[in-house]
Design a protein around this ligand. Structure first.
Ligand SMILES: Cc1cc2nc3c(=O)[nH]c(=O)nc-3n(C[C@H](O)[C@H](O)[C@H](O)COP(=O)(O)OP(=O)(O)OC[C@H]3O[C@@H](n4cnc5c(N)ncnc54)[C@H](O)[C@@H]3O)c2cc1C
Length: 378
């Protein structure tokens, strides 16, 4: 992504890449094997200000562009995808407060979140409301100057660990998605978390079911009553660019491993790289990945320009997630049986990538968003 970065941004990304190489990459296999939350890795990134990479300097961030953010996320994901998933879930939470909240709420949460003192989570999905979050059943009923929040959120990254959780709930059941509001629920306000789900990949990026029967002060509401759904959709536009960047990082790591392996592995008296069948695989992988990177840069640039970029974000996420899955599969294929073992990272890359076609809107939902833009249907 360096083409699109100014000198300060390029320097910041170089620093992030160094920490990724020194701290994250060496521990990634163990994070996966032991399903451990990457606390030390996140702490190392906090020291560089990476927890606030999505925030302007007024709220504690470094004030870098959306292109630099994408490049940073790509570097983190290429070294440890679990760490990237926990980090980008934190970005969803702080984006919601930045986009939907007033200055008082921003002041209370964003500077501490930017420096790594407070971890966030973003709780939209419910057991019966995933692809269509407007089906949600969580309720928030006003009681004087607070709300009684009740219900269950499902698959919430960082949920049981976070210091604050952005929770979406229905405040007006007669108003469909316009009756949804967003709240910041703080640790200690009283909710329970399940043990982390056992997942196929991103094993260090813990996801939880959360049960709320919780009193939340009115001052913790994000924006006006009924504005929650709109805030969530804007946050997800941002999140989809970050998911695209994660896909690039993991797929690039797989491609780099495959080109190295093809040069080293001798079959029939010559390196695999000498076989045209392997060369064509690598050519296709690199070409597809470049196209995914250009779509991601395009979405990030539109985000940076301040206009709505739902279409570009959906296209980038759809293409990057599907492409990265194919690239990782071919990279594993080039490694033969060794690629299928846990001694090499190829099978981990393939498992980590599988969720990218599902979360923050599945590939089917991205196609629906793209088609609606083109056909102007609802
Ligand atoms: C590891 C992990 C981390 C997550 N982190 C978070 C988080 O931090 N916060 C959060 O709020 N959520 C999170 N999620 C939830 C995630 O966003 C949802 O799983 C996702 O949106 C899909 O919802 P669902 O699982 O309920 O599937 P469903 O909505 O039940 O969909 C099932 C299938 O039907 C397809 N489908 C649905 N609607 C249509 C349609 N209209 N047309 C065609 N096909 C359709 C879907 O594409 C999918 O293939 C996470 C999930 C996982 C597994």
């Amino acid at each position: 992504m360096s083409r699109t970065l100014n000198a300060d941004e390029a320097a910041a990304c170089d620093s992030i890449r160094r920490v990724c190489a020194d701290v994250l990459a060496p521990a990634a296999a163990e994070v996966d094997e032991t399903s451990s939350f990457p606390q030390a890795q996140l702490a190392a990134l906090a020291e560089l200000g990476v927890w606030g990479l999505n925030l302007p300097d007024a709220w504690g961030g470094p004030g870098l562009s959306a292109m630099a953010l994408a490049a940073g996320v790509e570097a983190v994901a290429g070294s440890c995808a679990s760490t990237a998933s926990a980090l980008t879930a934190h970005y969803l939470a702080t984006d919601a407060i930045l986009i939907g909240g007033d200055d008082d709420l921003r002041r209370r949460f964003l500077p501490e979140a930017a420096t790594g003192r407070k971890l966030g989570a973003f709780a939209l999905t419910e057991p019966r409301a995933g692809s269509n979050p407007a089906d949600m059943r969580c309720r928030a009923v006003r009681e004087g100057h607070s709300y009684h929040l009740s219900g269950t959120k499902h698959f919430i990254s960082n949920g049981g660990i976070a210091d604050f959780i952005v929770v979406f709930a229905v405040t007006d059941p007669t108003a469909a998605h316009k009756g949804i509001s967003a709240f910041v629920v703080e640790k200690g306000m009283g909710f329970t978390a399940s043990p982390p789900e056992k997942t196929m990949g991103l094993k260090g990026g813990h996801v939880f079911e959360l049960n709320f029967d919780t009193q939340v002060p009115e001052a913790n509401r994000i924006g006006a009553e009924g504005s929650g759904f709109r805030t969530a959709m804007k946050v997800l536009d941002n999140g989809r660019v970050e998911v695209s960047a994660m896909c690039l990082g993991i797929a690039q790591a797989a491609l780099d491993a495959a080109t190295h392996w093809a040069g080293e592995r001798q079959v029939g008296g010559m390196p695999l790289a000498e076989y045209q069948g392997i060369q064509w695989m690598i050519a296709d992988m690199a070409t597809q990945l470049r196209a995914a990177r250009l779509l991601t840069q395009d979405a990030a640039a539109k985000r940076a320009s301040g206009v709505r970029f739902s279409l570009e974000a959906a296209m980038a996420k759809l293409f990057a997630s599907e492409t990265a899955g194919k690239v990782a599969d071919l990279a594993l294929q080039i490694h033969g049986g060794y690629g299928y073992t846990r001694g090499l990272p190829l099978e981990r890359h393939a498992r980590d990538l599988r969720i990218m076609r599902i979360y923050e809107g599945s590939s089917e939902i991205q196609r629906t968003i793209i088609a609606r833009h083109l056909l102007q249907t609802h």
